[in-house]
Design a binder for this molecule. Structure first.
Ligand code: C2E
Ligand code: CA
Ligand code: CA
Length: 720
């Protein structure tokens, strides 16, 4: 803002004009005008004619400095205004008049300008002898000596303190206007000064709708307490931002105050290279942060279990690999066995509850040493920072926890799980490799009987590939008729009479030869093709029975093995009915073997199916009894006829007293429930003797016969 404050002495036209000319001349021309027109008057300034002196003195305060800044002339008016006697200033350095307002830079620039022969103009604050301050609009004109060197500097000054006051008033008025505008804005706008001595901050302005909201939260502490808004959360950090802003950097940061999230920008305001204040603006990002958190929650967390999801697992795993050298860890894949069938048969809401319960059980093992993630449908993954042996124990405990009974809506469920583990630095080095190896290990568990946990080993890799190939081959085997049924006789323990047969599937692979059902049945279950294989087995067994009957032999009971997945199909009984109708077999000679675990997985529906089968005249037996989790109590609920004691007890009965006791107890209890007992895996006569002593009903095993193809069996059953 340029305000012309010069008052002229109107009587002395010429000088007035000249001075006017000098004062208003553009900087470029000023020196010329001065040197050519005015300087001749001043040439011998000590010999000023009185009139001129008066004129000049009235219009300006004037002083003359030498090249070093010492005052060589100062007019009386000026001295008076400054409260000095002329001799108190003459031959003193002009510094004596400094008010301490301007920085050294300011004077250095002025000297640089005038020493190079240019006119300098600006506003200077000067102190009187009494310490009062006056603002002068100042013009310093360098004048050359005879050698053309600038050694004399004539300083004209005009008191503009009024103007400065006006300026101040204007600024205050403007401030007031701004304040009004700012107060209507949503954001908070503020100005901060820093106390030079103690570095404390003084908030000069604090406006905007957000300001009101923040002030409310100060509980009436008033404007003096506004700094609390910035300096209560993350104090050290926020102080650093303010300090940096005062160093001249634009800063932005987030912080919290009474539950509000604020985003603040600090902009330094300069005056002559110095940051004189910092202007700040804050916005309320509380709802934005909430929305962000929600988006994050959706992107990184599973809505059912609230566990972090697969995306989060992937990201965390990358990070874990980076720190893997320092903090060793393992990746665990935990797959709930056959959850799919709970979903298919009982519906997803029940399946979801099972998942939720299992996630709670698993979480308890993780705590400080790692994180549990919901990887997908029935899969969980874990990153656990612990030693190899600890993870060994931990995974064992997890298996146990998962298979505890689950009660939902009055039903009790049992699920098992398979856990595959890969250890960073031992089994794998990259995130992809860790995931890949853990998932190979989990697949390996699944096809090797489930309910187990395994650390990855390189040989699994090859086996895993073989498994994948084998899966494809199983599908082809059905079409190419590569399956065959063998039959193993079941005999009366006391009489030795053959009372039944168990049909056992055989696969003659065109390249690999005979493949055990223990190998391919779990694969077929995993891929779902078991239902087609199962239907084939039952149809084939029924056909065989009918063929023997039609050949004139006495009908004999045939037992077929049915896997849990088949039994849990809602149309299982219906399917059997169709096969019976189609083959015209007498259903009272058909027996269905199911393992106790398969019943336990879905008790209510399975029991219903079992009742339907029983009504059709079919007999039912529980296979591999003693290896599952059910108690005898359950047996009451099942409409079964036979209990098949698992061969592990029978085989150990001779060497292990505990097994013998178990066998004895099982037989007794089964009898109290009115069930017939079948002992499997009888290989020796001594075992048969024991079974006779304990009044076991039936037995089967290599002692009498291995499973045989139908034609070979005929030779034994129906000798010519
Ligand atoms: P499982 O139902 O417990 O069948 C008995 C297994 O023990 C048969 O093995 C049989 O050959 C074997 N075995 C019989 N007597 C003895 C003995 O004295 N000593 C020894 N060491 N073993 C004996 P296999 O045929 O290899 O079948 C293995 C398993 O595969 C079966 O166990 C059954 O769970 C499953 N499986 C076999 N055929 C079928 C089928 O058609 N459908 C389904 N779903 N599973 C089947
Ligand atoms: Ca069986
Ligand atoms: Ca068995």
């Amino acid at each position: 803002m340029t305000i012309n404050i010069i008052k002229y002495e109107r009587d002395h036209k010429k000088i007035e004009e000249l001075l006017d000319e000098i004062y208003h001349a553009p900087t470029m021309e000023l020196k010329d005008t001065f040197n050519k027109k005015f300087y001749p008057y001043l040439k011998d300034y000590l010999a000023f004619n009185e009139t001129l002196k008066t004129m000049v003195s009235k219009a300006f305060q004037m002083l003359v400095m030498d090249v070093d800044g010492y005052i060589t002339f100062i007019n009386e008016d000026f001295c008076q205004q400054l409260g000095y006697q002329q001799e108190e200033l003459l031959h003193h350095h002009y510094r004596i008049l400094h008010a301490g307002v301007h920085h050294n830079d300011f004077y250095e620039k002025m000297w640089y300008t005038i020493r190079s022969g240019e006119v300098w103009r600006g506003d200077i604050c000067t102190a009187t002898k009494q310490g009062e301050m006056f603002w002068f609009r100042t013009c310093v004109i360098p004048t050359p000596d005879p050698n053309g060197q600038f050694t004399t500097f004539i300083v004209f000054r005009t008191d503009i303190s009024d103007v400065k006051h006006d300026d101040k008033r204007l600024i205050e008025a403007l401030d007031d206007d701004y304040r009004k505008v700012f107060s209507q804005l949503m954001n908070l706008t503020f100005r901060v000064h820093r106390h030079k001595a103690n570095g404390s901050y003084h908030f000069r302005m604090f406006e905007g709708k957000l300001a009101d909201k923040l002030m409310d939260k100060l509980n009436g502490q008033g404007k003096e307490a506004v700094e609390n808004i910035f300096f209560t959360d993350k104090v050290a950090e926020v102080t650093r931002y303010f300090n940096q802003a005062f160093e001249g950097e634009e800063m932005h940061f987030k912080h919290h105050f009474h539950g509000l999230s604020l985003y603040t920008v600090l902009s330094p305001i300069y005056e002559h290279n110095d940051v004189i204040e910092v202007v700040g603006s804050s916005i309320n990002i509380t709802s934005l942060e909430k929305a962000e958190a929600r988006v994050r929650q959706l992107a990184y967390f599973d809505t059912l279990t609230q566990l972090p999801n697969r995306t989060k697992f992937r990201e965390d795993l990358k990070q874990a690999v980076l720190n893997g050298e320092k903090v060793p860890f393992a990746v665990l894949y935990c797959d709930i066995d056959r959850l799919k069938y709970i979903n298919d048969t009982l519906g997803e809401p029940i399946g979801d509850q099972v998942i939720d319960i299992i996630s709670n059980r698993l979480s308890q093992f993780v705590k400080q040493r790692g994180v549990l993630y919901r990887y997908g449908g029935d899969e969980f993954s874990l990153i656990i920072h612990d030693s190899h042996p600890s993870i060994h124990d931990l995974s064992e405990q997890m298996l146990l926890a998962i298979k505890q009974p689950i009660a939902i809506q009055g039903n009790e469920f049992f699920v098992t799980s398979s856990i595959g583990i890969s250890y960073y630095g031992e089994d794998a080095f990259s995130d992809d490799e860790l995931i890949n190896h853990a998932s190979i290990a989990v697949h390996y568990c699944k096809v090797n009987g489930r309910n187990s946990r395994l650390f990855y080993t390189p040989k699994m890799n090859k086996m895993y590939n073989d498994i994948l190939l084998l899966e494809a081959d199983i599908r082809k085997a059905l079409q190419r008729n590569e399956f065959e049924l063998y039959y193993q006789p079941q005999l009366n323990v006391l009489t030795g009479e053959v009372t039944g047969l168990e049909a056992l599937i055989r696969w003659d692979h065109p390249l690999k030869g005979a493949i055990s059902p223990a190998t391919f049945i779990p694969l077929a279950e995993e891929s779902g093709i078991i239902t087609q294989i199962g239907a084939w087995v039952i149809r084939e067994a029924c056909h065989q029975h009918v063929r023997w009957v039609e050949a004139g032999h006495d009908p004999i009971r045939i037992a077929v093995n049915v896997s849990a997945i088949e039994l849990q199909r809602f149309d299982f009984a219906e399917q059997i009915k169709q096969i019976i109708a189609e083959t015209r077999m007498d259903p009272s000679y058909l027996e269905i073997e199911i393992t106790e675990n398969s019943v336990m997985q879905n008790t209510e529906d399975c029991i219903k199916t079992m009742h339907t089968l029983k009504q059709m005249g079919i007999s039912l037996s529980i296979d591999d009894f003693g290896t599952g989790y059910s108690s005898f109590g359950y047996l009451k609920k099942f409409p079964i006829h036979f209990l098949k004691i698992d061969q592990s007890f029978i085989r150990n009965a001779l060497v292990e007293p505990s097994s013998l006791e178990i066998v004895k107890a099982m037989i007794q209890l089964a009898h109290t429930f009115g069930l017939k007992v079948v002992a499997e895996g009888v290989e020796e006569e001594q075992v048969l003797k024991l079974l006779q002593d304990y009044q076991c009903d039936y037995y089967q095993g290599y002692y009498y016969s291995r499973p045989l193809p139908a034609t070979e069996l005929e030779a034994i059953l129906y000798p010519a």
